[in-house]
Each structure stands twice: as C-alpha cells, then as structure tokens.
Write a protein that binds this ligand. Structure first.
Ligand SMILES: N=C(N)NCCCC(=O)O
Ligand SMILES: [Zn+2]
Ligand SMILES: [Zn+2]
Length: 321
C-alpha cells in the first residue's frame, strides 16, 4: 500500500473530537479500509477477576479516553497512524458465563484477525485474556518472549480451584509451552503476596523480575537495557496490566496496589522498546467504574499510542521510510 492511500484519524479541525461513534484515536473501522497492518480489538470480558469487577467496560472507556491523541509522536519522531494502516476492528463478543468457551472464542477470533499477517493491539478485559491471545500468536510464531507489565505475577496456580482466571494466565501459558522462558520478564512487580513461595514458584517457571522499586533505584534507562539484553533476537509479546501504574496514575482497576510506577515511567519504558520484534500486545484490567476524570482511561490510551508508535518506528526502519 502506498503512503497516500493510508487513511489516518479524522481531522479534529473539520469533525469535532466528540462526534462519531468511538474508535481508538478516532481511527477508521476495519470495515472502512481495504485492510490493516495493525488491528485494534476490544474484548469486553471480566469473568476471570478475583476482586473488583468491571473490566468488561474497559474497551469502550479506553476508546472514549483516546479522542485527544494526535497524529505525530515527537518522543519517537514517528506518525504512528501514517506509516502503516491502523484500524479499529471493534469488539469480540464472548460468553460471560463460560470462561473456557470465552477463551476459545478469543483464540479463534485472534487467529482470524491475524491470518493476513496483521498484528493485534487488544483492549481488555481482564488479564485472563492473555492466555488465548498467546495461544493464537504461538500458532503463528512458535514460542514467544513475554514482556509482562503488572503489579502482580499472574503465575498463581488456581483460585477456588479454577485454572483460568486473571491471576493465572502466565502459569497456564508456560505449562502449555507457549512462552520462551529464557527471554521473558515481569516488570513493575510489588505488593503483598500469599507467601514467599509465590516468588519461588514464579522463579522456577523462569521469569525474570524487574520490581517497581527498581524504577526508583536504577531508573528507566537501566531497565530498558535489561529488557533488550533479555529479549532481543526473537518475537516479543507485550502484556500491559494497567495496575502496573500506581493507583494515583490508574485508580480505575480491579486489584490496585500502592507503590507503582508513574505513567511517565511506563511511557518512557515503552518508547525504549523500538527494535524488538513485537508480535502483538494487550492493555488489560481497565475498570472504568473506579476511574475518575478518565485518569486511567487516558493512561491506557497513551500506552496504546506508544505501543503503536513503536510498531510504526519498527516498520519505518524495516521499509526504509
Ligand atoms: N490484576 C491481575 N491480573 N491479577 C491480580 C490477582 C491478584 C489476586 O487476586 O490475588
Ligand atoms: Zn495486576
Ligand atoms: Zn495482571
């Protein structure tokens, strides 16, 4: 596709920002364009949560909070919607009463949406969704490194005997052999655990941990270097649980933990990922009922914008634009 055929966001000086049904960043819907290299997909599912419900309303809230995003990202000197076609593919309708069925629906929809080689940016929904999204990516690319931003490990075994919950996706994914355990990391971990054994069990799986406190003691640059040392040289899937941010920066989430990173630290970390082979990403656990003044929605929208900017910068580099 040539550059002048690419459709970008609606022009805010011609169509005010608060008109039109919401798509992410006011991008076109997938059915309005011939195809898209990057597809944004909402998954309104929160049947896997252990505490406050409400992340099923995350996709709509993130879209509503993304209307102010502009086409040029000066931090990376890139136009995230101008290098390749990005489109909003709407929502996947999933069964809220049957988690196993919902996960199968997500896996199949993600497989269909990426059959043409497109990459997915998923708006959740709770963190259970990372499992079917990794299953779909694994079918295409084999074992993938996971860069997991979260206050929580999400490698617990079961909750009330249930294997598929928002606290267990990365345990199930590693058992299923989807993850390259030599190259995967949790970033932003903090807060009380059930016991020291949680960390030991996670270490046995093979994740490396960057603690939230490392941001204070080591700084963003050194963490970006750690990520590249660990993850370069193969496919990387990025999963962003919005509770990686401090509740001051993201109150609208189901299992908040004090002592998290700032949105500036997270956005700068994401900008540092240019050059990694990013095969897909998700933003999960946005629960608008606990949000105020769109604080969490705006943070999530900017996380999405930076992820799209990294994909665009990689594509610009690849195609020599
Ligand atoms: N927010 C996510 N994904 N997981 C939190 C699980 C914390 C718990 O119930 O102990
Ligand atoms: Zn979490
Ligand atoms: Zn999580």
């Amino acid at each position: 596709m040539t550059a002048n055929m690419i459709r970008g966001p609606l022009d805010a000086s011609a169509t005010p920002r608060y008109t039109e049904p919401s798509t992410f960043a006011r991008l076109p819907r997938l059915d309005e364009v011939p195809g898209a290299a990057v597809k944004i997909i909402g998954i309104p599912f929160d049947s896997g949560v252990s505490y406050r419900p409400g992340a099923r309303f995350g996709p709509g809230h993130i879209r509503a909070s993304s209307k102010l995003l502009r086409p040029y990202n000066p931090a990376l000197d890139v136009a995230p919607f101008g290098i390749q076609q990005v489109a909003d593919a709407g929502d996947i309708a999933v069964n809220p009463f049957d988690i196993v069925e919902a996960l199968a629906t997500v896996e199949h929809a993600a497989t269909d949406l990426t059959a043409d080689g497109a990459r997915l940016l998923t708006l959740g929904g709770d963190h259970t969704l990372a499992l079917p999204l990794l299953r779909a990516v694994h079918k295409e690319r084999g074992k993938i490194a996971v860069l997991h931003f979260d206050a929580h490990l999400d490698t617990w075994d079961t909750y009330f005997g249930a294997p598929f919950t928002h606290g267990t996706p990365f345990r199930r994914a590693s058992e299923e052999g989807l993850i390259d355990m030599e190259r995967s990391m949790h970033v932003g971990i903090r807060g009380p655990l059930y016991g020291k054994a949680d960390l030991e069990a996670d270490g046995v799986l093979g994740f490396q941990i960057v603690r939230s406190d490392d941001y204070q003691f080591d700084g963003v640059r050194s963490i970006i270097e750690r990520v590249h040392r660990r993850m370069a040289g193969g496919p990387v899937y990025i999963s962003v649980d919005i509770d990686v941010l401090d509740p001051a920066h993201a109150p609208g989430t189901g299992t908040p933990e004090a002592g998290g990173m700032t949105s500036r630290e997270l956005l700068n970390t994401l900008r540092g990922l240019v050059g990694l082979d990013i095969v897909g990403a998700d933003i999960v656990e946005v629960a608008p009922a606990y949000d105020h003044a769109e604080i969490t929605g705006i943070a999530a929208a900017h996380v999405g914008y930076e992820l799209l900017s990294v994909l665009a910068a990689n594509e610009a580099h690849r195609s020599g634009h």
